[in-house]
Design a protein around this ligand. Structure first.
Ligand SMILES: [Mg+2]
Length: 295
């Protein structure tokens, strides 16, 4: 439960609510030291609403506007995502609209990196095992769907260095999840890949990477004094926990949780609990206001 009386298994009553001492003081900490503040944000479900077709995902304009107002003034401003950086460059309109010239995108859990300031992209070779897993999953899914109408809509997404099995659009999402979990396990074991479960999606990746490692590398590079990390899903937990330890050690910061009924357990980790991506947008606007006030 939030100290304010908000239950962790229900969405916040306001668009965002500070739940802990760290959450209640984080805006002051940012206002006091914007140049020492690092902002790390997950993309899907945090900056962008979850949509049935993951290729049509878009950042909320309010969130983009808030980031554009403040990114230049911060120690670091990063999107940390399971997606390839190219997806995020397009979906957050990083290169096509002004304001995000200093944004860093840590894609595929930090395996890829895009620095908007230099235009540099780091993108290692796609592991052979992932390429083979894409083919195997596609033919297995085609066969399964042909044999069982409840699985229609089960979908394989080639994410470059990872492959995702989506069950959100399946005719029977529960049956599809059971089948997809088993299939993902089999292919992961056979190909020596790592399987990670998210909201109605299972991802197989080559290198066991995590958003925590990606965030930790950025912290080592930028030396922030205040760290905020925002996420909505299980893949964000290691990075949120990293910020939790940062706060325990006495440094200012906050774990921002974009609440969804699909992943209610994450609310227990929140210093600031937001009502989905729109709540995150409202919180980011407030952060930008506080940064503005100091300049
Ligand atoms: Mg997410």
């Amino acid at each position: 439960m939030c100290d304010d009386g908000v239950m962790t298994d229900t969405p916040p009553r306001l668009s965002w609510t500070a739940c802990t001492a760290a959450g209640r003081s984080v805006l002051d900490a940012v206002a006091h030291d914007p140049a020492g503040t690092m902002l790390a944000l997950d993309f899907d479900g945090t900056l962008a609403p979850i949509v049935d077709d993951p290729t049509t995902s878009r950042i909320l304009p309010e969130s983009r506007q808030a980031l554009a107002r403040m990114c230049d003034d911060l120690a670091g401003c990063a999107i940390v995502t399971g997606r390839p950086v190219d997806d995020v460059r397009r979906m957050a309109e990083i290169d096509s609209l002004p304001g995000l010239e200093r944004l860093v995108v840590l894609g595929q859990y930090g395996v890829e990196r895009y620095d908007a300031a230099t235009g540099q992209v780091r993108s290692p070779e796609v592991p052979d095992a992932v390429r083979k897993a894409v083919e195997e999953l596609r033919s297995a899914v085609d066969e399964l769907v042909a044999g069982d109408a409840r699985l229609a809509g089960l979908h394989v997404e080639d994410k470059g260095r990872a492959v995702a099995l989506h069950t959100r659009r399946a005719a029977d999402r529960q049956v599809a999840w059971t089948v997809a979990s088993k299939l993902a396990d089999e292919v992961a074991t056979r190909r020596g890949l790592h399987a990670e479960e998210g909201r109605e999606v299972i991802e197989l990746t080559g290198t066991p990477t995590s958003k925590a490692r990606a965030l930790s590398e950025l912290i080592d590079e930028r030396h922030p004094r205040v760290v905020l990390m925002a996420g909505d899903d299980l893949g964000d937990v290691p990075a949120l926990d990293l910020v939790g330890r940062w706060i325990e050690e006495g440094a200012p910061g906050a774990r921002i949780v974009s609440y969804s009924a699909e992943q209610p357990a994450l609310a227990g980790r929140a210093d600031v609990l937001c009502d989905g991506p729109h709540g995150v947008a409202a919180f980011l606007r407030e952060v930008a206001n506080r940064v503005d006030d100091t300049w």
